[in-house]
Write a protein that binds this ligand. Structure first.
Ligand SMILES: Cc1cc2nc3c(=O)[nH]c(=O)nc-3n(C[C@H](O)[C@H](O)[C@H](O)COP(=O)(O)OP(=O)(O)OC[C@H]3O[C@@H](n4cnc5c(N)ncnc54)[C@H](O)[C@@H]3O)c2cc1C
Length: 421
């Protein structure tokens, strides 16, 4: 290709496609390059997308997008070896507007990238961008094999590890800044899923697990219900996994074998296994001369313990990048000063506000007690409250009993948690 583009986007995940769709709608000449055979082919995700950012971009997208189920039931399970305690939350008000949907990335990413193509963007899959093209110390395009393609702006949307951000000197890869996510897709009949998760037809559930499922490593498990499959997985802090020298496959196998989980996935067939890193504290520079960084590549992820949000952050940042490019094109100025408007937009919108709100969350979520002591206390408390063997105590006395020796730490954790989450 010898043509010069207004914008080249590296990566057709949700961040890249949101930027491409928004730019193509504004009639810019956009090229998206994706290393997978098709968008979504290499993408892994737990499977739940919070709908607000996508709804802003394509109103009522769920009427045409390949979504699996609208999540109407949220569960949090404290897992012990032989017992579990589950909080089960249902709310008719999270249907309108829909709060979140389960999705399968292989289908969803293709649909989203095609929306950008329909709007006028050019998508070239199966091509890996190897490097940035520099002119007078400014990013001026990309290099892929022998090809050099020029653009006024390069939008880097190449995911968590983001080689392009590293090449631009905007970030340095450090293992401790990432979590590891592992996921299996387990096929089950539609009716079985609805019966096991107590769901009305086409409704969905999201169930999170903490406790005896991560071998005391900070992290947790999840199950999301799709139409005819479950997304089942674990997210863990990588540094602690390395420290403990535990094989990650072992952890997901044990999770699947826990009696609570085993009942939910029983009889299912594993269709797919994948693993990927998730930025935890890897905020990087978001712009430089001729270049913007969106989504995971910029570390734009929020993990509040209950909600893990990468997709809505990627989509909103992709749309903001498009807005910043529009302004830069109007001025014909692609310097970092001009492109800093992108960061201003992210601060004005929820992206950098939510990241600031939850900035203490990663440190708090590293606390081992959340994964060991608290699930144990919850299971012991409910065990004691439900067993009748002739010597019953009042609920408050049971609570004092199961928290003995840990109360001071628990009060500090509570205060820390209130500040962080
Ligand atoms: C196990 C797991 C569970 C998760 N669960 C959730 C969840 O429930 N909800 C949620 O919102 N988020 C979740 N996330 C996070 C979410 O997946 C990411 O935040 C989101 O995908 C970020 O989108 P992105 O477009 O920035 O990057 P990505 O989706 O990673 O897309 C990057 C794209 O760039 C392409 N690419 C990379 N390098 C190159 C190159 N050199 N040349 C060309 N193309 C390239 C890749 O192939 C890919 O298509 C989860 C992540 C994991 C790993």
């Amino acid at each position: 290709m010898t043509e010069k583009f207004d914008v080249i986007i590296v990566g057709a995940g949700p961040g890249g496609s949101a930027a491409a769709y928004s730019l193509a709608k504004k009639s810019f000449n956009v090229l998206i390059l994706e290393r997978g055979k098709y968008p979504g082919a290499k993408n892994v995700m737990g499977g739940r997308m919070y709908a607000h950012a996508m709804n802003r971009l394509i109103p009522e997208f769920w009427k045409e997008a390949p979504v699996e189920r609208m999540v109407t039931r949220e569960k949090l399970t404290f897992l012990c070896n032989k017992a579990s305690v589950t909080l089960d939350f249902q709310d008719e008000d999270i249907r309108e507007p829909p709060n979140s949907f389960t999705i399968l990335r292989a289908k969803f990413d293709q649909w989203f990238a095609n929306k950008a193509v329909e709007a006028g963007a050019t998508l070239v899959p199966n091509i890996r961008v190897d490097d940035l093209l520099w002119k007078e110390k400014k990013v001026a395009g990309i290099v892929s094999g022998e090809d050099k393609i020029e653009a006024n702006v390069v939008i880097v949307a190449d995911g968590a590890v983001s080689l392009m951000s590293e090449k631009a000197g905007l970030k340095k890869f450090e293992v401790k800044q990432f979590a590891l996510g592992m996921k299996e897709i387990i096929e089950l009949p539609e009716k079985t899923i609805e019966d096991r998760f107590n769901l009305a037809h086409e409704d969905g559930a999201a169930q999170l697990f903490v406790g005896q499922c991560t071998k005391d490593i900070p992290g947790g498990g999840f199950i999301y219900t799709n139409k005819t499959s479950l997304s089942v997985g674990i997210v863990l802090y990588i540094d602690r996994l390395i420290e403990k020298k535990i094989d990650s496959h072992e952890i997901i196998r044990e999770f699947n074998e826990n009696p609570v989980v085993a009942k939910l996935i029983e009889g299912g067939k594993i269709l797919e296994y994948s693993a990927h890193v998730i930025p935890e504290t890897s905020r990087s520079g978001l712009f430089t001369d001729g270049m913007l960084v969106v989504g995971d590549a910029g570390g734009l992820v929020v993990n509040s313990g209950i909600t893990l949000r990468g997709m809505d952050m990627a989509i909103a940042s992709g749309a903001a990048a498009a807005e910043a490019v529009k302004k830069a094109m109007e001025k014909n100025d692609f310097s970092k000063e001009s492109l800093s408007y992108y960061e201003y937009l992210l601060k004005k919108d929820f992206v950098l506000k939510d990241i600031a709100t939850f900035k203490k969350a990663p440190e708090f979520l590293h606390n081992d007690r959340l994964y060991t002591l608290y699930p144990e206390v919850a299971c012991r408390l409910f065990h004691n409250l439900t067993i009748v063997d002739g010597a019953k105590k009042r609920a408050f006395d049971e609570l004092l009993e199961v928290t003995k020796g840990n109360r001071t730490k628990m009060i500090f954790d509570l205060l820390g948690g209130l500040k962080a989450l």
